[in-house]
Design a protein around this ligand. Structure first.
Ligand code: HMG
Ligand code: NDP
Length: 423
C-alpha cells in the first residue's frame, strides 16, 4: 500500500536516494524491490542522465541475428527483444534469402517534416500562396538555426502549405521539409519550426500554435526486397501459402495488425538495440500502413515467373546515428559499431531487411506447421522458469515439455513434479 505518491523534489535526489525513498513510500521491504535498483554506479549515472527520476535500468536481452546479406554486404545485426523466437526467425529467413542474393534495399533522402499550425486566418487560400512566395526567406531562416547540419550537407529543403479542415475550424499548416542527414531529426526540426513560427504567423496573418515534427515520415521511406527460392522455402505449396497469408493481411485489418506486428518484431528490436526511438518508428510504420483510409499490410508477397517468392516492404524509418540515446548509451554505441553502418540511411536499410525477414519467417511458419512448434519450443524456457524450475531443471524440463507438445505452465508443473520424483 503506497502511503503517498506526492514526493516534492523527488527528481533532485540521486538514484540510490530515490530508491530508498520509494522503498519507504511503498511500505515494501528493500529486498522485494531490489531488482529495480541499478547495481553498477556508472550505469546508474548514465540512466540518471538519460531520463528523469531514474532508479535503475531494465535489462532486455540483446541477441545477434546471423546470415544477413543486404546490398551485397554481410551484417551481424544486434536485436534487443524480450520475445523468444524473434531472432531465430529473422536469422532463419535471412539464411534462405542469401541463396538468391539476400536483401536489396534503397531509400529516399533522410527528410523529416515539421508542422507549424496557424489558427484564425481570415483568408487561408491567400495565406497559402503568401507563404509559398516566402519560401526562400523561410528556408534561409530555418537553415540559420543549424549551421552544422547545413555544413554536413543537410538542412531545410522545401516547404509545403496545407489547409486542414477540422470541424468548425480550418488550419493553415506549413510543412518544413528538412534533410537531417544522420540524425533522427526531431530536435533539429523542432528547433527550426519554433524559430520559424512567428514569421509564418505574420505572413499568414494568424497565430501559431503547434510547432513539432510529424512522425508520419513519408519523405523518408526505405524499400527492401528479397527473392526466396521456392525449394528452400519448402516447395511451391509453401510459396502459395505465404502469398495467401499475405493476401489475407492485405484485405483484412484484423489480420494486418498481426502481420505488421510480425514485421515490427524485427524492426523494433534493431531500433531498441541501437538506442533509437521505438515509438517514433512504430507510429510512422502504422500510419504508413493506412492507405486510402484503410489499415493494410506493410509488406507484399508474390510469386515470380520461376515460382520463387518475391517479398517487398516499404515503410518510413526515421533512424539516427547521432542524437537521442544513440550517442549516450554504451550498448547502443557498441551495437552500431558491430553493425558497421556508416550512415543513418544504411542503418535504416538493414533494419528494413530485418523486418522483411521476420515477416517472411512468421508467414512461412503460419502457412505450414503453425507458429507454435518453432515459437513455443523456444518459449518453453520461459514457461519452465515460470513453473518454478531451478537452473539445473530447466533443460530436462524444456526437453520433455517440447516432446510432450503442450507448452503450458500447468503441464510444466506436472512434468517438473515428475522429474523431482525421479520419474
Ligand atoms: C523458430 C524457427 C526459426 C525454427 O525453424 P527451423 O526450421 O526449425 O530452423 P532450422 O533448424 O532449419 O534452422 C534454420 C536457421 O534458422 C536459425 N535458427 C533456428 N533455430 C534457431 C535457434 N534456436 N536460435 C537461433 N537461430 C535459430 C538459424 O540461423 C538456422 O541456421 P543454422 O544456424 O542452423 O545454419 C522457425 O520455426 C521460425 O522462423 N518460426 C517463426 C517464429 C516467429 O515468427 N516468431 C515471432 C514470434 S510470433 C509473433 O509475434 C508474430 C506473428 C507470428 O504473430 C506474426 C504474424 O502472425 O504474422
Ligand atoms: N515526436 C517525436 O518523435 C519526438 C522525438 N524526440 C526525440 O528527439 C531525439 C532525436 O532528435 P535529433 O534531432 O535526431 O537529435 P539531436 O538534436 O540530439 O541531434 C541532431 C543534431 O546533431 C548534430 N549533428 C552532428 N552530426 C550530425 C550528422 N552527421 N547528421 C545530422 N546531424 C548531426 C546536428 O547539429 P547541432 O549539433 O548543431 O544540433 C543536428 O541538429 C530522440 O531522442 C527522440 O526520441 C523529441 C521530440 C519529439
Amino acid at each position: 500500500m503506497h502511503t503517498t505518491s506526492r514526493i516534492p523534489g523527488f527528481y533532485k535526489l540521486a538514484p540510490d536516494q530515490r530508491f530508498q525513498t520509494i522503498v519507504k513510500a511503498s511500505g515494501l521491504q528493500a529486498e522485494q524491490l531490489d531488482a529495480l535498483r541499478e547495481p553498477d554506479p556508472d550505469m546508474a549515472a548514465i540512466a540518471d542522465r538519460m531520463i528523469e527520476n531514474a532508479v535503475g535500468t531494465i535489462a532486455i536481452p540483446l541477441g545477434i541475428a546471423a546470415n544477413f546479406l543486404v546490398n551485397g554486404v554481410d551484417y551481424l545485426v544486434p536485436m534487443a527483444t524480450e520475445e523468444p523466437s524473434v531472432i531465430a526467425a529473422a536469422s532463419n529467413a535471412a539464411l534462405i534469402a542469401r541463396e538468391l542474393g539476400g536483401f536489396h534495399a534503397s531509400s529516399m533522402a533522410p527528410v523529416m517534416i515539421a508542422q507549424v499550425q496557424i489558427l484564425d486566418v481570415a483568408d487561408p487560400q491567400g495565406a497559402r500562396l503568401r507563404l509559398l512566395e516566402a519560401r526562400e526567406e523561410l528556408l534561409a531562416l530555418a537553415n540559420a538555426q543549424d549551421p552544422l547540419l547545413v555544413r554536413l550537407g543537410g538542412g531545410a529543403r522545401d516547404i509545403q502549405v496545407r489547409l486542414v479542415d477540422a470541424g468548425p475550424a480550418q488550419y493553415v499548416v506549413l510543412h518544413l521539409q528538412v534533410d537531417v542527414r544522420d540524425a533522427m531529426g526531431a530536435n533539429a526540426v523542432n528547433t527550426m519550426a519554433e524559430a520559424l513560427a512567428p514569421r509564418i504567423a505574420e505572413i499568414a496573418r494568424g497565430r501559431s500554435l503547434l510547432r513539432i515534427l510529424s512522425n508520419k515520415a513519408d519523405l523518408r521511406l526505405v524499400r527492401v526486397r528479397a527473392v526466396y527460392d521456392a525449394g528452400k522455402l519448402g516447395g511451391a505449396d509453401v510459396v502459395d501459402g505465404i502469398v495467401d497469408a499475405y493476401r489475407f493481411a492485405a484485405a483484412d485489418s484484423y489480420r494486418a495488425a498481426t502481420h505488421n506486428k510480425g514485421i515490427m518484431n524485427g524492426i523494433s528490436a534493431v531500433v531498441l538495440a541501437t538506442g533509437n526511438d521505438t515509438r517514433a518508428i512504430e507510429a510512422g510504420a502504422h500510419c504508413h500502413a493506412c492507405q486510402n483510409g484503410r489499415y493494410t499490410s506493410l509488406s507484399h508477397f508474390e510469386k515470380d515467373a520461376d515460382g520463387n517468392l518475391v517479398a517487398t516492404l516499404e515503410l518510413p524509418l526515421a533512424l539516427g546515428l547521432v542524437g537521442g540515446a544513440t550517442k549516450t548509451h554504451p550498448t547502443a554505441q557498441a551495437a552500431v559499431k558491430l553493425l558497421g553502418v556508416q550512415s543513418a540511411v544504411q542503418l535504416a536499410e538493414v533494419t528494413a531487411a530485418v523486418g522483411l525477414a521476420q515477416n517472411t519467417a512468421a508467414l512461412r511458419a503460419l502457412a505450414t506447421e503453425g507458429i507454435q512448434r518453432g515459437h513455443m519450443s523456444l518459449h518453453a524456457r520461459n514457461v519452465a522458469v515460470a513453473a518454478g524450475a531451478q537452473v539445473h531443471e530447466i533443460a530436462p524440463l524444456v526437453e520433455r515439455l517440447v516432446a510432450d507438445g503442450h507448452v503450458r505452465q500447468d503441464r510444466a508443473q506436472e512434468i517438473l513434479a515428475a522429474l523431482r520424483r525421479g520419474e
